[in-house]
Design a protein around this ligand. Structure first.
Ligand SMILES: C[S@@+](CC[C@H](N)C(=O)[O-])C[C@H]1O[C@@H](n2cnc3c(N)ncnc32)[C@H](O)[C@@H]1O
Length: 382
């Protein structure tokens, strides 16, 4: 039997893949068997694939964390191991380190994550970044209504109460998957955010000038309205036609000090409607279907929008919040980006554990942490 050139190429490719799989298994096995580190390093130098994950999703980096070999973890990271690969249980190497209480291994991986995400944000701000396996929330290729503003704004929303009496603003995706755009369980987060943003604000008694981006269920806007002194100006930017209709039905258009800007924040961010206010005392943003690149872009406008060092800013921090390591990485990344625009951030923890089992119903889970990390930013005085 004679073989065609294509047959030979395919056989060669299969051999390469088989070889890689064997090398990958051998590397993970060697690490778990705790063979001397120099031998493991030699295997990596000889082409042992760091990207390889076995049938359980374990990578060489997961294995190095399991055996708590700090030097090896550092070596693997330096040689390109993926810090955010998750195993079949959705645990990243950092999560394994956390569960073992191994701070040294955890810190090396988390810092690699921070460096990687900072770099990717920088690249994304300069050119269109294709979806990278290194990136967590720069989800450039999610075109569903949950990941693309254009698809989201063209989708219908439903406002309803779920079986537990929880208010929900619900989006149904094409595959019938349901996603909560906003859910009643976040009420505690919104309440605490308003308390920390406003209650000891030096301008509270004059009536604050407030900007909120994203109305959703209007939970935070209702808390702003219930401040001991009604806001002097309360500007709300909302893009979705169904939410705007809901706001009209609820009477938000009839409040004299409330101004509703219909459209995307990106359309108004440099407009006279916002800049003409002469500086906001409080700014909050909590949108939907936008990635971190958009939030990072929003940060850049804060110095022009806030009144001064006494003004405060917060955002809904759900970045990477289905995984403890990813959440921590994004807490640091956002803090560093806010520092770049001259803002210091104080973080508080809000325990959102109560009733967490009943929270999601049939909807997609988007927040898996027990503690919500609540940011309060203020501009550094110059
Ligand atoms: C999570 S909800 C906000 C919930 C709100 N914080 C609350 O307390 O109920 C997000 C809202 O942002 C709106 N939104 C999404 N993208 C937007 C954009 N680019 N500009 C303005 N609003 C946007 C959505 O339509 C939605 O109403």
């Amino acid at each position: 039997m004679s073989l065609s050139a294509q047959d030979i190429a395919e056989m060669m490719e299969d051999t390469d893949v088989d070889e890689m799989v064997e090398l990958g298994h051998d590397l993970i096995f060697s690490i778990l068997e705790r063979i001397p580190i120099d031998v493991v390093k030699a295997k990596v130098d000889a082409g042992g694939p760091l990207w390889f994950q076995d049938d359980e999703g374990i990578s060489a980096l997961h294995a190095a964390v399991y055996v708590e070999n700090t030097e090896l973890v550092r070596f693997l990271i330096q040689n390109g191991a993926l810090w955010n690969a998750v195993d079949n249980q959705h645990n990243s190497p950092g999560d394994i380190a956390l569960s073992l209480n191994n701070e040294d291994c955890y810190t090396i991986i988390r810092d690699a994550g921070i460096r990687s995400e900072l770099l990717l944000t920088l690249l994304a701000s300069r050119e269109t970044l294709s979806n990278s396996p290194l990136s967590l929330v720069l989800k450039a290729t999610d075109t569903t209504a949950a990941g693309s503003t254009e698809s989201y704004l063209a989708s219908r929303l439903r406002f309803k109460k779920d079986a537990h009496g929880q208010e929900i603003c619900l989006l149904t995706l094409e595959d019938e998957d349901e996603v909560g755009v906003m859910m009643g369980w976040e009420r505690g987060i919104m309440q605490e955010t308003v308390r920390l943003l406003c209650h000891d604000h030096e301008n509270l008694n004059e009536g604050l000038k407030i900007l909120n981006v994203g109305f959703g269920l209007g939970i935070i806007d209702t808390f702003f309205e219930e401040l001991p002194r009604t806001p002097a100006q309360h500007v709300i930017i909302e893009a979705h036609p169904d939410v705007l209709k809901h706001m009209r039905e609820l009477g938000w258009y009839d409040k004299p000090h409330v101004k509703i800007l219909e459209g995307k924040w990106q359309d108004f961010i440099e407009s006279e409607e916002l800049l003409g206010v002469g500086g906001f005392d409080v700014i909050y943003t909590d949108t939907f279907s936008e990635d971190y690149k958009e939030l990072h872009n929003f940060f850049g406008h804060l110095p022009d929008l806030l009144a001064g060092p006494e003004s405060r800013f917060s955002f809904f921090h759900g970045l990477g919040a289905t995984n403890a390591t990813f959440y921590d990485v994004y807490t640091h990344v956002s803090e560093l980006h806010l520092a770049e625009v001259g803002m210091d951030v104080a973080w508080s923890d809000v325990d959102v554990f109560a009733d967490s089992g009943k929270r999601w119903g049939t909807t997609r889970e988007y927040f898996g942490m027990r503690l919500y990390r609540l940011p309060i930013g203020s501009m550094r005085a110059v």
